[in-house]
Structures are given as C-alpha cells and as structure tokens.
Design a protein around this ligand. Sequence first.
Ligand SMILES: NC(=O)c1ccc[n+]([C@@H]2O[C@H](COP(=O)([O-])OP(=O)(O)OC[C@H]3O[C@@H](n4cnc5c(N)ncnc54)[C@H](O)[C@@H]3O)[C@@H](O)[C@H]2O)c1
Length: 326
Amino acid sequence: MTILVTGGAGYIGSHTARLLTEMGRSVVVLDTLERGYRDSIPDIDLVVGDIADARTVGKLCRKYDVDSAIHFAAYKAVGESMAEPLRYYKNNVAGSITLVETLMEHEVKHVVFSSSAAVYGTPDTAPVNEDATLRPESVYAHTKADIERFLTSCDATGLRSVSLRYFNAAGAHESGDMGEDWTATANLVPVVMKVLFGAQPSLEVFGDDYPTPDGSCVRDYVHVSDLADAHVKALDYLATGGRSLVCNVGTGQGTSVKQLIAMTESVTGRSLPHHVAARRAGDPASVYADPTLVRAVLGWRATRDLREIITSAFRWHERHPDSYER
Ligand SMILES: NC(=O)c1ccc[n+]([C@@H]2O[C@H](COP(=O)([O-])OP(=O)(O)OC[C@H]3O[C@@H](n4cnc5c(N)ncnc54)[C@H](O)[C@@H]3O)[C@@H](O)[C@H]2O)c1
C-alpha cells in the first residue's frame, strides 16, 4: 500500500514525502518538475508526469498499489493567477478533477488536499475559523475553494477527503538540506532571506498604518515540518474511518511583519535593511487561524515557533545559496 504525493517535489510536498518515508510509509511522488526539484527528494520514488494525465496516474496506481493520496500539485502564485486565469483553472481545477476521477477508478478513496487560508479573502474576524464566509479574492483562491467543494461533493461516491487550509508555510527542514527556493516565491520569509544574503537590497514593508499593534500586517506563520505532520495526521484520520473534513492549519498566533523582522535580526545577529512602502491592494490587516478544529479532530498543533522558522530558513539558505540544482 502506497501513498501518492502529487506535487511532492515542491516545497511543502517534499517535506511531507520525507516525513512519511522517515516514518516507514511507502511513498511515490508525481510531479511535472515544472516548479519542483528532483534533488529535494533524492531517496524517494518520483514519476515525472502531470496529474491531468490519466494514463500515467492509472499506471502508477497499479504499479505502486496506491491506496491514498496527498494532493499538493498546483500553481500557487496569486498575481500570476490573475493574469493567467485559464492556466490556473486548467491546472488546478481541471487537473484535480481528472486526478480524482482516476484515483476513484483505482479504488483510492482517501485524499488529503492542500487548500489555503486564501479562501477566506479578507475575513471579518481574527482569528478566523472554518465557519467564516468564503470570499476568495484571486483566481488562485477561487481554484482552492472550487476543489474543496468538488471533493466534498465526492463524498457521495465513497471518497473521503481532508482539505487543509494552510496559513503561511515557512521555514525549512532541520537538516538544512531542504527548503524553499527564494526565486520561486514572493512569500515573506524567503524574501527576508534574500535581503539577509544580499540578493535584494531592502525589504519592503507594505504599509505601517494598519489597525494592528505596530501598524504592519499580521499573519500566521506555520513551520513546514509542522505542516507535513498535519498531513500524516489527516491520512491516519481517514484511515481510521474519519469523515470528510475541511480545517485550518495554523498556529493561532499572529505575527506582524515588524515582529518577524525583529526576530530575524535577533536570531541571525544581522541587521535587515527594510523600508516602509505603500499598502498593497487587497492585503488584509490581520489573518491568523483559529486552530480549535484541527486540534480537536486531528490532534494536531504546531510545535515549532517563529524562532525555529527563521533559524531553519537561515540554515537552509546559508548551506544552499543557489537552492536546488535544476
Ligand atoms: N506555500 C504556502 O504558503 C501555501 C499556502 C497555502 C496553500 N499552499 C498550497 O500547497 C501546495 C504546495 O505548495 P508549495 O508551496 O509546496 O508549492 P510548490 O510550487 O513548491 O509545489 C507545487 C508542486 O506541484 C508541481 N505541479 C504543479 N502542477 C502540477 C501538475 N499538473 N502535475 C504534477 N505536478 C504539478 C510543481 O512542479 C511543484 O513541484 C499547493 O497546492 C499550494 O497552492 C501553499
């Protein structure tokens, strides 16, 4: 019995695939490598292919006797999604439908899906819980909400799923040998690292007049290894008969941009050049999770704090200034 990890050569998928294999689980990764790296999972079986290629997925299900799937494969850049909606709907939504159809044909009935807190848009409350109205504000966020709904509808066919709404994934593997490629993302921690290592002159703090304690935006940063652990717990929950579920995966702790800068300077002993820039359109002031549901149902909670996020990201970039080999 094997777990199929789609997008498992990407940032979060590679950490999860590694954790699963360290726990002795059998894993096969399916990834186009368009935005992932073979070197991120050197010891794990990798099939280079597309989730939308039913023939490849079917073959792989038979060859590896796949019985569950974790579905990370997607495009994830918000700005790009607004400029190329067709590409995003095709890859994320149409691709997921073909994938799930093929999985069902091969009796794979447990799917854990990478959703996002982006489905909430600008929430009315912080912390935000799963009952909040979904107001996706980008094509990317719409694709996540659509797939969540599609998976929930598939309950009628016997497929059970857990959609995990990640907050801000950050940090790197404790070994220092796996992490996030800063060229491939605009997320805050990799951009902070770019500035620390001189690949960008200064960090832009987008707005310092928000209604938050220090005026900068507040987000919920979750260590990538804690996120990986949430997937294992979600798989085990489904394997023991758990019903389909949609839940937040966040720490419940809000961190402002200025707090993150201060933590970075304290951890690394380096000063982080930064300057205040205009607010970005559509940036909510404060978004952090109410993690009550994920704690109660999956028994998951974050075990690594912001210090560990910064320490591990710094270690990864120090050891791998050019990220992975392409
Ligand atoms: N990084 C975050 O903070 C964050 C937050 C919320 C949700 N997510 C979601 O988590 C998932 C993983 O994110 P990540 O940060 O690891 O992204 P990533 O880009 O590093 O990984 C995605 C992987 O999927 C692969 N891929 C894309 N389309 C594919 C396809 N059609 N077939 C096969 N492989 C394909 C890419 O090559 C890449 O390796 C994504 O679905 C993303 O939307 C990420």
